[in-house]
Design a protein around this ligand. Structure first.
Ligand code: SAH
Length: 251
């Protein structure tokens, strides 16, 4: 049986930004080996008139420009209909989580729209059923770097990308906790030593130490992860996505 590669189609005004850093290291090797495929398409090919205009001034006035719904709609429609989710990188979106990343990586791929300027006309979000995804509570100048972040997180989970299968499962967030501290040689550095228990060879004791330290670090830094209500904590009680249970279902 031949499996189709995990397939990402990115709609952008800057296709030259892809694969960018994803052409290197693990993701680059996986790309070369055909584990995943990436196609960056120029939105401007669907632009209007001699200048291939893609944006216009905001209705109601105000600063900046807005990506036109007719142009973006045509760009989206040029991607053959399939089962892949259509995402719009957006600071208004649902915050990206490891659970969503894992679910995406288990699917056929994604169609990713990158915004620019002030954003995109609301009607294309509704009309094409775009799922808005945010990579954090700060504003980037465009969706491309956000798309690279999302793709990097997905691609490293694809079968055959990471050397050791287990290394995808024990990490931060996968267990609802942050990861325990790591150490390697030398045994002593600037009079700091490695905890004795990690050098003792008692695997049960090591596992217990790691579990306790993961819990301690999570309690100190991200108590919201232990409370199991990351979204509620991030947006306050009755936050923006109260109806959403996807993360719990995916976990
Ligand atoms: N005026 C908008 C910000 C536009 S930033 C607002 O206040 O919400 C321009 C583009 O960058 C957005 O359309 C989006 O595609 C991308 N972008 C900016 N911040 C992002 C974030 N945190 N996560 C994902 N995409 C982001």
């Amino acid at each position: 049986m031949t499996t189709r590669p995990w397939h990402a189609t990115v709609l952008t005004l800057y296709p030259e930004m892809f694969p960018g850093p994803l052409g290197l290291s693990l993701s680059g090797e996986a790309l070369a080996r055909g584990i995943w495929a990436l196609e960056a398409r120029q939105i401007r090919e669907h632009g209007l008139g001699r200048h291939r205009a893609v944006d216009d001034t905001p209705a109601g006035g105000g600063a900046g420009m807005v990506l036109r719904c007719d142009v973006l709609g045509a760009a989206i429609d040029s991607v053959a209909a399939d089962t892949r989710p259509r995402l719009l990188m957006s600071p208004r979106g649902r915050p990206l989580t490891q659970a969503r990343v894992r679910a995406l990586s288990e699917g056929a791929g994604a169609v990713i729209v990158c915004g620019r300027f002030e954003g995109v006309d609301e009607r294309v979000i509704e009309g094409r059923g775009l799922e808005e995804v945010s990579i954090g509570d700060y504003v980037l100048s465009g969706g491309e770097i956000a798309a690279l972040v999302l793709l990097d997180a997905c691609v490293r989970l694809l079968p055959g990308v990471m050397g050791k299968v287990a290394s995808g499962v024990e990490e931060s967030f996968e267990s609802g906790r942050l990861e325990y501290p790591h150490y390697t040689r030398p045994r002593e550095w600037e009079s700091r030593t490695i905890p004795d228990i990690l050098l003792g060879g008692n695997h049960a004791a090591i596992a217990e130490w790691r579990s306790q330290n993961a819990l301690r670090i999570t309690r100190e830094r991200r108590p919201d992860l232990l409370a199991g209500d990351r979204v509620a904590t991030a947006f306050g009680a009755g936050g923006r996505f109260p109806e959403d249970t996807r993360d719990q279902n995916d976990a």
